[in-house]
Design a protein. Structure first.
Length: 380
């Protein structure tokens, strides 16, 4: 089945495009599909899930994420995207793209990955947690049959990136962990076509499936929701410890890693928490892992809170630098100096950003042109 991407066209698949970003941007292009009518899970090829084990009585236990769901016959796991059919676990979202867009890589955000490049971004319905502040809840908190989608198998997805001269594909928007088989095959296919694969995730995944796919990825971005277990339990319906373990695993594997912290007023914005988070990153991941402190905008079930005050983000940015992190950023505040990349040795502004746009890139072969300091990242 043929597909066509047209970067000048804007098309919404099941309302997902409206949820793709907290801030609108004219820099993103949504995908126009020549074919691909709304379909139900029954219309897709059957696809057995990976990373599960069979239990007595026709039950199965999912081993993809820390939820470790035990699922009876004809039932689904917490994510709603995996179903037990007579003792065989199935993924209902493999190749079932409900959101397809061409975005600036800075929108993910990845600030140390091919600055100024575009990424073909894709997602399926579902998530393995429920953040009360989710900006993409229209796709993440619904089951596959409730969200309009199109059949976009890995070969077609990577071919679309090539045809549109897009060097990156990014699993994003909802939660890539719940469509991990899809991510694996897209990443495997992309390696044969000089297209790099990125993942934007909550990091809530078991070590085995993570390490099986990491070698095929160029970069991995984790939304670190908070540095407190109580926040994860109450606001996210998840756990902090597995996310920290994921961060350590990714760093050890050598896959490029960036972290985003959505700073939410009264919930995770205290100086003590930000300081503790920065110290943990430096001690366990090193000073070169970029940390983005991003502005919260009221949405989903947290509409009662105001947007994050810019001075709060300023303070987080300053704390990160004071704690010895070389690359801290401020997000969702266009024009803020914290959007740009600076040399940690001489202070030269190396990459000047405003919003998702690159105004100037002074890097020379991945190094500062003034003092020669090597800047870590994926630059070519």
């Amino acid at each position: 089945m043929s597909r066509e991407l047209n970067r000048r066209q804007m098309l919404v698949l099941g309302g997902a495009a409206a949820a793709a970003s907290a801030l609108p941007t004219t820099s993103s292009a949504r995908i126009k599909l020549r074919t691909g009518q709304p379909v139900t899970p029954q219309d897709y090829p059957d696809h057995e899930a990976s990373w599960y084990k069979k239990l007595p009585g026709g039950r199965v236990q999912c081993q993809l994420c820390p939820n470790k769901c035990e699922v009876a016959d004809a039932e689904r796991g917490t994510c709603g995207a995996r179903e037990n059919r007579h003792g065989t676990y199935h993924t209902l979202v493999y190749g079932r793209a409900c959101a397809l867009h061409i975005d600036p890589v800075e929108k993910k955000p990845f600030f140390h990955v091919l600055p100024g490049s575009q990424a073909l971004s894709y997602a399926t319905a579902g998530c393995n947690v429920e953040c009360k502040f989710c900006q993409n809840w229209e796709i993440s908190q619904f089951r596959p049959e409730q969200v309009r989608a199109a059949w976009m198998p890995p070969k077609a997805l990577v071919a679309a990136a090539e045809e549109n001269h897009v060097p990156l594909v990014a699993a994003t928007y909802s939660e890539p962990v719940i469509f991990w088989e899809y991510v694996r095959e897209v990443s495997r296919e992309s390696r044969f076509h000089h297209v790099r694969s990125l993942v934007v995730t909550n990091g809530y995944i078991e070590k085995k499936p993570l390490t099986e796919v990491l070698p095929m990825l160029t970069a991995y971005k984790v939304d670190l929701k908070s540095f407190r277990e109580a926040f994860y339990e109450k606001i996210v319906r998840g756990k902090l410890k597995p996310v920290l373990e994921t961060l350590e695993t990714v760093k050890t594997a050598g896959t490029w890693l960036e972290i985003v912290v959505l700073v939410i007023p009264t919930l995770n914005d205290s100086e003590a928490e930000i300081t503790g988070l920065c110290r943990w990153v430096k001690s366990n991941l090193g000073p070169d892992v970029p940390v983005h402190f991003t502005r919260f905008h009221p949405t989903y079930r947290l509409k009662n809170l105001p947007p994050t005050p810019v001075p709060t983000l300023d303070r987080a940015w300053q704390i990160g630098r004071a704690e010895g992190l070389h690359y801290t950023y401020v997000g969702n505040v266009p024009g803020h100096p914290g959007e740009s990349t600076y040399c940690p040795t001489c202070g030269t502004r190396l990459i000047h950003r405003i919003g998702y746009e690159i105004v100037e890139n002074r890097l020379k072969h991945g190094a500062c042109p003034v003092c020669g300091t090597r800047i870590p990242g994926v630059w070519w």
